[in-house]
Design a protein around this ligand. Structure first.
Ligand code: GLU
Length: 449
């Protein structure tokens, strides 16, 4: 069985680029009948927060991603420490004492000599004596993994055959001076322990893959399959950062953006799959294939999400928006009629509130021309008797047309302006039903005065 994982750090809000990675994993699991593990990479205790972790869970649920297993790294420290000690005992993890400035200086000097800036393994060659001296100076070690240095190859699910020569890479630092782990070692241990079969992630991780494969092997495991997808970038070419609040999934969710609009755009741009709104993850899965991911970056326009979302909102049923309308204080008894009347004029479910407020306002400003004022006065006397029904608008304007010879805009616009205070809006038939006879006559009277 395939098992994938999405492994965000709860140090910020997820953005649409993270959604792409999460969705690629989820769709791959759906397509292959596999499982999806959500893993919180929360070893950075200073920057990880519960609020970010909770928001990530809400975002994932909002995207309709089914989580089969949930884990967090902070609960697994003893396991990582055990592996750390094994690697140290095998001589595969060695102490280094250079400061960041010293390393920087070494790199610059190598580059000036035309050499690749690869770590020179000073730490590996220190004697016990030298280590003691360095520690006596007050230095604390950071720890590097000793690479074999070889050609590492894999067949990437997105990018095809890949080769990295780890001999040209620095031994990766796995543990910081303060004893905390960089993400690499815990991630590999988790991937092994949770039986991850496919690691699908952004292509910014390609360069780490060679060293990671070596670490998998050093731990006696075979590396998983890899898929490195292109990254989403804004249409102007700028990278999406976690801090861009407006494109956080949380912000999109709170604005009433439809999750499948986000999922459709996040998944389909930068691939050879057709970009169109898809109604469910199952539907997105149909033609989903990681080999269809393009090699260039995936440019996307936030407006495309807004457009897809609006299209989806126009088709939502009253039951889909009931919770939102209730939270907006709209009585349950009118919710269905209101929503069906105004949904084509809403970009998000909460826009219904604007129309609800318009219907309930004491008065609206209509600004009519003088001949329209006379027309409105006439309209009052032609309003069909009795309760306003779905037939009323047609009957009423039919009678007014026969009486005045007005048609089109001249027939409808003064009524719309007098009754809603606006030149554009939902179809008037259902609106006057919602308005009711008394309020309707009151607005006409005020417009005519
Ligand atoms: N927490 C890591 C990140 O967000 C996970 C990387 C990976 O998928 O291996 O960069």
């Amino acid at each position: 069985m395939t098992i994938v994982r999405f492994a965000p750090s709860p140090t910020g809000y997820l953005h649409i680029g993270n959604a792409r990675t999460a969705l690629f994993n989820a769709l791959f699991a759906l397509k292959t009948g596999g499982q999806f593990v959500l893993r919180l990479d929360d070893t950075d205790t200073a920057r990880s927060t519960q609020e970010f972790a909770d928001t990530i869970l809400s975002d994932i649920a909002w995207l309709r991603i089914q989580v089969d297993r949930q884990e967090k790294q902070s609960a697994r420290m003893a396991r990582y420490d055990g592996v750390r000690d094994e690697l140290k005992a095998k001589g595969l993890l060695y102490a280094c004492y250079e400061t960041a400035e010293e390393l920087d200086y070494k790199r610059k000097r190598q580059m000036a000599l035309g050499k690749p800036p690869v770590y020179d393994r000073t730490g590996l060659n220190l004697t016990d004596e030298e280590r003691k001296e360095l520690e006596a100076e007050g230095r604390k070690p950071h720890w590097r993994f000793k690479l074999t240095g070889k050609r590492v190859e894999w067949d990437d699910l997105c990018k095809g055959a890949q080769t990295i020569d780890t001999a040209s890479q620095s031994d990766p630092v796995l543990i910081r001076e303060d004893g905390s782990y960089l993400y690499t070692l815990p991630s590999i241990i988790d991937d092994i322990d949770f039986g991850i079969t496919h690691v699908i992630r952004g292509e910014d991780h390609v360069s780490n893959t060679g060293t990671q494969i070596e670490i998998f092997e050093a731990l006696g495991a075979s590396a998983p399959n890899w898929g490195h997808h292109n990254l989403l970038i804004a249409a102007d070419g700028s990278a999406l950062s976690k801090r861009e609040g407006s494109l956080s999934l949380k912000a999109l969710r709170e604005e009433g953006t439809q999750p499948m609009a986000v999922a459709s755009v996040a998944t389909l741009v930068g691939t050879s799959m057709a970009i169109a709104p898809r109604g469910s993850l199952a539907e997105l899965t149909e033609d989903f294939d990681l080999s269809k991911v393009s090699s260039g970056p995936a440019r996307f326009e936030p407006k495309q999400i807004a457009d897809f979302s609006a299209q989806m909102v126009h088709a939502l049923e009253p039951a889909d928006v009931a919770d939102t309308l209730t939270n907006l204080g709209i009585p349950t008894t009118v919710q269905a009629d209101l929503w069906l009347a105004v949904r084509k004029n809403c970009d998000a479910p909460q826009d219904a509130k604007t129309w609800w407020d318009m219907l309930n306002a004491d008065a609206v400003t209509s600004d009519l021309e003088s001949d329209d004022v006379a027309y409105i006065t006439l309209a009052m006397t032609h309003l069909p008797e009795g309760d306003i029904s779905s037939e009323t608008w047609g009957d009423w304007t039919g009678a007014l047309k026969a009486e005045t010879g007005r048609k089109g805009k001249a027939l409808f616009m003064p009524l719309r302006k007098a009754l809603t205070g606006q030149e554009r809006g939902p179809e008037m038939g259902p609106i006057i039903v919602l308005l009711g006879r008394e309020k309707l006559l009151d607005r006409l009277q005020k417009a005519a005065d």
